[in-house]
Design a protein around this ligand. Structure first.
Ligand code: FUB
Length: 312
């Protein structure tokens, strides 16, 4: 079945060069896009989906062994800067865990901090389940040097970092609910207690936090499963750690059944954009996804207008 999926994917990919801008990357699977504006370019740090095969990941499940970073000056032409972090090159990572899930990257004082969740090798020291590591670079495209240990006090997936106007940085992540804490100036250690972000919906999985600020409003955006597939929702607050008020839907559930979605939101050249993913190139297997972007608009009161994906 997966070989058929791959064949279909390759056919779609070869057709795509003459088609529209979405999906953004056409020669490999990409998911969970974390978009950032660094200088005059947009950089996207996605997960890099591959198809698991015997001895290489868990067949029928997500499989990722590394990360690439892509940049663009116009959101149409993308440069692949190549592999920036590989599971076998991070000291604390279980070799060949194929679980390099959704990352994020942020700049502080001329350094670029790349956050990624995956499984540790030493479960006695780090426990079972996902931990979150950091790799540091002098340029957005690397080379990135991984830290020797995952971040202390953090267990979960989908790291997201937000730096407030006063310079305080925050780390967010998910583990069923969404959690947050202050980060130290060094961006490598927590600087506060971990809080469970309130008041998000009680029911259903919430993951993929992405926080941004606009006109004094802190927006916490997150995929939430209420029905069958993930819907992109948001909540607002006047404080980066909440409490938040559930405010609306950014993108409805996938009309074609892709189970996950995962977002980031940036302002580039005075236009807001939503980055997200869909399984365009793998319609029969929703763990092989492709990143997309569409314009995003706000209402006068600061609420977000729903984005309709430009699906094929
Ligand atoms: O890519 C693996 C997982 O799927 C991510 O961590 C979640 O946000 C979902 O997109």
């Amino acid at each position: 079945k997966y070989h058929i999926s791959i064949t279909i994917a390759l056919i779609f990919m070869s057709m795509s060069y003459s088609l529209a801008q979405n999906p953004l990357i056409n020669d490999q699977f990409t998911a969970d896009p974390s978009a950032r504006v660094f200088g005059d370019k947009v950089y996207v740090y996605p997960s890099h989906d591959i198809i698991a095969t015997e001895g290489k990941g868990r067949i029928g499940w997500f499989a990722m062994e590394d990360y690439h970073v892509f940049s663009s000056e116009n959101l149409t032409d993308w440069t692949d800067h190549g592999m920036i972090v590989h599971q076998n090159k991070v000291p604390w990572v279980k070799p060949e865990s194929y679980s390099m899930w959704a990352p994020d990257c942020i700049e502080r004082n001329g350094k670029y901090y790349f956050y990624f969740p995956t499984f540790p090798e030493d479960t006695v020291t780090y426990g079972k389940g996902f931990r979150i590591g950091v790799a540091v670079a002098d340029q957005p495209e690397g080379p990135f040097t991984p830290e020797a240990h995952p971040i202390k006090g953090v267990r979960g997936i989908d790291p997201n970092v937000f730096i407030d106007k006063n310079g305080q940085a925050y780390l967010y992540w998910s583990a069923g609910d969404i959690y947050g804490a202050k980060l130290k100036e060094n961006m490598l250690e927590l600087d506060s207690e971990v809080v469970t972000l309130k008041d998000l919906p009680d029911e259903g999985l919430k993951e993929g936090p992405y926080v941004f600020e606009r006109n004094g409003i802190y927006y916490l955006t997150y995929p939430h499963v209420e029905n069958k597939t993930e819907r992109l929702e948001y909540a607002i607050s006047d404080n980066p750690l909440g409490p938040f008020e559930v405010t609306g839907v950014i993108m409805d559930e996938s009309p074609t059944g892709c189970w996950t979605n995962h977002q980031s939101i940036i302002n580039f050249k005075d236009q807001w954009y939503l980055f997200y993913h869909h399984n365009d190139y793998s319609p029969d297997f929703d763990k092989a996804r492709s990143i997309r972007a569409d314009s995003l608009f706000f209402n006068k009161d600061g609420t977000i207008k729903k984005v309709s994906p430009t699906l094929r």
